[in-house]
Design a protein around this ligand. Structure first.
Ligand code: GDP
Length: 296
């Protein structure tokens, strides 16, 4: 996670370390290198521009130029700007509604949506002591409902019994009814994946959203797709009221472009990150920790 960006930035800061004083030109030169490092990490251009403008403005301020340890000051400024760009503080999942709190999971096919649904159900059960039910609304892919059932058995989370031929909005209504009657705290709806942002499926998703009134609508996107992940989030965000993003495959993402661009471009917080194929490889996203990781 973030290894290549981390390496690149430590190269920039090594040059500043141990320097007694820095003049404005040197600070600006360092910020230009930070800019290149962010661009190489596939961070979206408007984000890079905003980041470098903010960091430069603060770094050429009198504090750094007068400081006896200017290198450290610059690192601190970059750290603070990274935290802001990553969303400031952890945005937790919001389940404070009359139970069952509906969590609707949306995303492209192959993004890791079904796995993430089960991972999040397990996390809510184990770490937040919630009684969780899952239901698959994916009637397009033949094995999808079965896949969620198997995952549910694996993690010890109930799934709505499958009724062949039932359509997504009706499944959502039945799930809501069952979750209410059986006293579940959380109902997770795994919606149909799609290959791209497609109008028929978007209409279906809106209908499901209206029928189930989710407390959270989480978009699952693959971090490895970089700026595409951000474009997908923008497109989904126009169609459904997303409350947050789950970035999967962060374990394989050495660059971090999607993570760094997401909040600024889409306005949506990253709530969780997927960090591996194992069923417990899902973590709440903490901007300060992620910034700490980037700066080593
Ligand atoms: P869906 O089509 O979006 O429902 O995707 P799936 O949930 O079936 O996941 C597709 C593949 O991605 C599976 O092999 C998952 O194990 C894998 N996957 C999901 N999340 C992660 C992650 O955070 N890291 C890694 N390395 N693999 C993941």
């Amino acid at each position: 996670m973030f290894e290549s960006l981390s390496e690149r930035l430590s190269g920039v800061f090594d040059k500043l370390r141990g320097r007694g004083a820095l003049n404005e030109l040197e600070v600006r030169a360092a910020m230009r290198e930070v800019r290149v490092a962010l661009l190489e990490a596939d961070v979206a251009l408007p984000v890079v521009k905003d980041f470098v403008d903010r960091a430069t403005e603060r770094a050429v301020g009198a504090d750094v130029l007068k400081s006896v340890t200017p290198g450290q000051q610059v690192v601190k400024i970059v750290n603070d700007c990274l935290v802001d760009t990553l969303g400031g503080e952890n945005a937790d999942i919001e389940l404070n509604v009359a139970p069952p709190a509906v969590v609707m999971m949306v995303g492209l096919q192959g993004s890791g949506k079904t796995t993430t649904t089960a991972k999040l159900a397990k996390l809510l059960k184990d770490k937040r002591a919630k009684k969780v039910m899952m239901a698959s609304l994916d009637v397009n892919r033949p094995a999808a409902q079965e896949q969620l059932k198997v995952l549910g058995e694996q993690v010890g989370v109930a799934t709505l019994p499958i009724i062949a031929g039932q359509q997504p909005v009706d499944i959502a209504k039945r799930a809501l009814q069952a979750a209410k009657l059986q006293g579940f705290d959380v109902l997770m709806l795994d919606t149909a994946g799609r290959l791209h942002v497609d109008q028929a499926l978007m209409a279906e998703m809106k209908a499901v959203s209206e029928a189930s009134q989710p407390a959270e609508t989480l978009l699952v996107v693959d971090a490895l797709t970089g700026q595409d992940a951000v474009n997908v989030a923008e497109n989904f965000g126009r169609e459904v009221p997303l409350t947050g993003v789950v970035l999967t495959r962060m374990d394989g993402d050495a660059r971090g472009g999607a993570a760094l661009s997401m909040r600024f471009i889409t306005g949506k917080p990253i709530k969780f990150v997927g960090t591996g194929e194992k069923i417990d490889a899902l973590e709440p996203f903490h901007p300060e920790r992620a910034a700490g990781r980037i700066l080593g």
